[in-house]
Ligand binder design. Structure first.
Ligand SMILES: *Cc1c(COP(=O)(O)O)cnc(C)c1O
Length: 376
């Protein structure tokens, strides 16, 4: 699609140089023998899975993680090379496609492994085995050494890896740190028991982004990094043990569609929630909650950036449009560009997510598919 079409209303800009910077930064704090498994689920957290994965391939990243089978197939159909691990569930009826597209399935538990064994696939299914050490979402319990060791003996699967997931690695509170250390210890004890029983556990991995920032010394084969690869923290003003110089790679932009004056006492938008307390100059912007910009940012003194100046969103955010106060911005006109998420403090993903009472992971992964993505 032509750039003029992409930029005709609202769009996302992706700065690939910053992605390169973030990869280098992550590499600088993990052991030399540890590789990055790039987590590109949910359309690469809203950044555009294909563009991001292609660029990562160019940077020499050959390991990817997705949440679903369809995401993995999409990568293969776009010629992404390397290992692609599906972190979540795949229905048994669709498991043959995991093999066909040369993907790797996560084994959720003992029962799931048995069910796959009974499918009698023509080729072995490549898998990583997930061990539950406290997250209690998916994974076979670290305590079930017996059942776990049986999974490794199954004929129809080829075990390439074994992993777990930490549930509080973002917290530096004492009890969370103790719990996390226990998770890590239980994981290592579990794999050591399995090894002593002759199981070939393959590659191991534990940490996602905060695992890397707060527990950087673990010597695993992979780290599964998502959010910090995209150059942002999950939360506003978060403290981590290690600091790295990551840079946000996404900007959310939209176009001013109308500029007008209103009189004192007039109201703006649905429900007339904003009443002008003075004569004002306002601008309508072509982006709304259907594009993933949260509606609960309405009337919360939320800022956007126009021609280098901050403007405030006023009235309720609509499905496809919103209105900002531009009384103090000179020379503003239809067609001007508005930045809603960017590198500047007031419009950083962290700040916007915080205002919306969520984490950046949710904010960005929900950016709508109506937004075109422009990489540069
Ligand atoms: C999403 C996910 C990740 C990536 O998490 P970030 O905090 O974004 O780095 C890693 N591992 C698993 C199992 C996940 O589901």
């Amino acid at each position: 699609m032509e750039k003029d079409i992409k930029k005709s209303r609202a769009w996302i800009e992706i700065n690939l140089d910053n992605l390169k910077n973030n990869i280098e930064q992550i590499k600088s704090i993990i052991p030399d023998s540890t590789k990055i498994m790039a987590v590109v689920k949910a359309n690469a957290y809203g950044h555009g899975i294909i563009e991001v994965a292609k660029y990562l391939n160019k940077l020499g990243i050959n390991d990817f993680a997705v949440a679903t089978l369809a995401e993995g197939i999409n990568l293969r159909e776009n010629n992404i090379t390397g290992n692609i691990l599906i972190l979540g569930y795949t229905d048994l009826k669709a498991i043959k496609y995991v093999v066909r597209y040369n993907l790797i399935q996560t084994i959720l538990d003992y029962e799931y492994a048995q069910e796959i064994e009974n499918l009698k696939l023509k080729e072995k299914l490549k898998v990583h085995i997930k061990i539950n050490t406290g997250m209690n979402r998916i994974g076979e319990s670290y305590k079930s050494i017996d059942n776990l060791s049986k999974i490794y003996q199954l004929k129809n699967i080829e075990v390439l890896g074994t992993y777990t997931h930490l549930c509080s690695s973002d917290s530096l509170k004492e009890d969370d740190v103790l719990f996390t250390r226990k998770q890590i210890e239980n994981f290592y004890n579990c794999i050591n028991s399995l090894k002593s029983l002759g199981c070939n556990i393959g590659k191991i991995h534990i940490q996602s982004s905060y695992g890397v920032l707060n527990y950087p010394d673990l010597k695993c084969d992979y780290v599964r990094t998502g959010i910090i690869m995209y150059g942002i923290y999950s939360n506003y003003k978060e403290y981590t043990k290690i600091k790295i110089d990551i840079k946000p790679i996404l900007s959310l932009k939209a176009t001013i569609t109308t500029v007008k004056e209103i009189d004192i006492g007039e109201t703006i938008g649905y429900g007339r929630t904003f009443i002008a307390d003075k004569n004002m100059k306002i601008a309508t912007v072509g982006i709304g909650y259907a594009d993933g910009y949260p509606r609960d940012l309405s009337n919360k003194n939320t800022k956007v950036l126009i021609n280098g100046k901050y403007a405030t969103i006023i009235g309720r955010i609509c499905m496809d449009q919103l209105v900002v106060d531009v009384s103090d911005i000179e020379n503003i006109k239809r067609g001007d560009t508005v930045t809603l998420i960017g590198k500047e403090q007031e419009i950083s993903a962290e700040k916007i997510a915080n205002k919306s009472e969520t984490i950046t992971n949710e904010l960005l992964s929900r950016l709508g598919n109506r937004l075109e993505i422009i990489t540069y």
